[in-house]
Design a protein around this ligand. Structure first.
Ligand SMILES: Cc1ncc(COP(=O)(O)O)c(C=O)c1O
Length: 459
């Protein structure tokens, strides 16, 4: 066994030699240090130099209850009682109790929980379930899935086929067939003919789902995958009436509505589930991240009774599973995490403060680079533009210099963890822990103001 390296120089050397970070240009760290985060407390994290950062992204949309909670010591207790047993033909009390609790919290008759370890696995599982379900119901041609432009639904091959980001798909093609794109709900970039009225825009965007189903052939479409608020592209909330119309379309053509709530569940939008906030009933909800606030990995899908029904008869079996799904330690941690939600009324905190979060961010509209501020709950995107009046965006080269060359590092150096992203148009994304209040919003606004002002001068 080797001792962990202690000095920063040793850590950096070992990172360069042995660690492969995800979605990371490793060359960016040839001549500069990789940030090493060593501990967290509440909404703050600390690096190995002792510097403090406000975690404005909850790690990666994960740390709902904040960092360093000693109440969530369920992992240690559970590991000593039963560290592992599979959910293949067996159950354990933690998975049973968590399934019941999630079913109670979920909207409508979403009563069946199929656990996974991650969001990608949850999405992958939902597509596989939709395919097998329709085969069992005598509709074997239904295999296609609709999802929105620029939406991110994970990285495994199936989840990637559902993802709408061409750049991250290309190296892995050919992907499983059947992933079809429909427009997203970015009203700031709405086509001219619906740009004046958000309700018309929402109606058009939902109707595009119907048009895609008709184009593909209704008998070939299994499911539509939609996030309550689309993350990738910079937080696109649903226009009024959008989900009601989508539900209607899904019912008309017998297509399953999958609400991918890997980010939007567990308080991010002030409700346990994002679908509850916008008042629609999905057939399947996929979740991960906030269910444990990251104190242990866990994901899963919640499924309507009616979809489970064919699997309850005779020899029927959902032919799918993963070793660590519903891991006892993770399930125990999720229960403890939900206890914190209840005890501290975190949903209430988000609902009480979301308007002031928005208002604080909206102060940034006086900066010339800030084009659009959008989102709901504790989930916001700020789109940066070259010209506020025309909404002109940056060229690829400018975006590269702005985001990777300056903003990402400058925001971090100024003490804010957030995400500067150009998978759609350039945006900064914020999703702070649900324990945050006005002092944290002010800190976020102050740092963004300083750094965005400098960014504008550099363009
Ligand atoms: C909406 C959505 N679906 C799926 C995923 C994939 O989750 P994971 O990274 O846990 O595999 C993510 C990850 O951010 C996501 O945002």
């Amino acid at each position: 066994m080797t001792n962990p390296p202690e000095s920063n120089a040793e850590l950096q050397q070992t990172v360069r030699r042995n660690l492969w970070m995800h979605f990371t240009r490793m060359s960016a760290y040839t001549d500069s240090d990789v940030p090493v985060i060593v501990r967290g407390s509440g909404p703050y994290v600390f690096d190995n130099h002792g510097r403090r950062y406000l975690d404005g992204l909850s790690g990666l949309f994960v740390s709902q209850v904040g960092h360093g909670r000693t109440e969530i010591d369920a992992a240690r207790r559970q590991a000593s009682e039963l560290a592992y047993f599979p959910l293949w033909s067996y159950a354990h009390p933690q998975a049973i109790e968590l399934a019941e609790r999630l079913a109670d919290l979920a909207p409508g008759d979403l009563n069946r929980v199929f656990f996974t370890t991650s969001g990608s696995e949850a999405v992958e599982s939902a597509w596989k379930l939709a395919k097998q379900y329709f085969k069992m119901c005598g509709q074997p041609e239904r295999y296609k899935v609709l999802s929105r432009d620029i939406a991110y639904h994970g990285t495994s091959m199936g989840a990637l086929a559902i993802t709408g980001l061409a750049d991250i798909k290309y190296p892995f093609e050919p992907l499983p067939p059947g992933g079809i794109r429909v427009p997203n709900t970015n009203f700031y970039r709405a086509p001219d003919f619906v740009a004046d009225d958000i309700t018309d825009f929402g109606r058009w965007a939902a109707d595009e789902i119907e048009r895609a189903i008709l184009r593909e052939g209704p008998a070939s479409v299994a499911a539509v995958f939609l996030e309550p608020v689309q993350n990738s592209g910079g937080c696109f909330p649903p226009p009024p009436g959008y989900f009601a119309r989508v539900r209607e379309i899904c019912d008309t053509y017998g297509v399953l509505l999958v609400s991918d709530e890997v980010i939007c569940a567990f308080g991010r939008l002030g409700h346990y589930f994002g679908s509850a906030r916008y008042g629609y009933q999905p057939d399947i909800i996929t979740f991960a991240k906030g269910v444990t606030s990251g104190y242990s990995p866990l994901g899963g899908m919640l499924v309507r009774d009616a979809i489970m029904e064919p699997f309850t008869r005779g020899t029927a079996t959902f032919l799918h599973g993963v070793t660590f799904a519903g891991h006892p330690v993770s399930a125990a941690v999720a229960l403890a995490n939900l206890d914190v939600f209840e005890k501290e009324d975190l949903l209430g905190n988000v609902r009480a403060h979301e308007a002031s979060f928005r208002a604080t961010l909206e102060k940034l509209y006086d900066l010339p680079i800030v084009g659009d501020i959008r989102g709901d709950g504790y989930f916001y995107g700020i789109e940066m533009v070259k010209d506020k009046n025309t909404r002109a965006t940056f060229s690829d080269d400018e975006s590269e210099r702005l985001l990777r060359g300056f903003l990402s590092t400058a925001l971090f150096d100024a003490g804010l963890v957030c995400r500067a992203d150009d998978r759609g148009d350039p945006v900064i994304q914020l999703a702070p822990p649900l324990i945050c209040g006005q002092e944290h919003f002010d800190e976020i606004e102050r740092i963004l103001r300083e750094v965005l002002t400098e960014a504008w001068q550099r363009i």
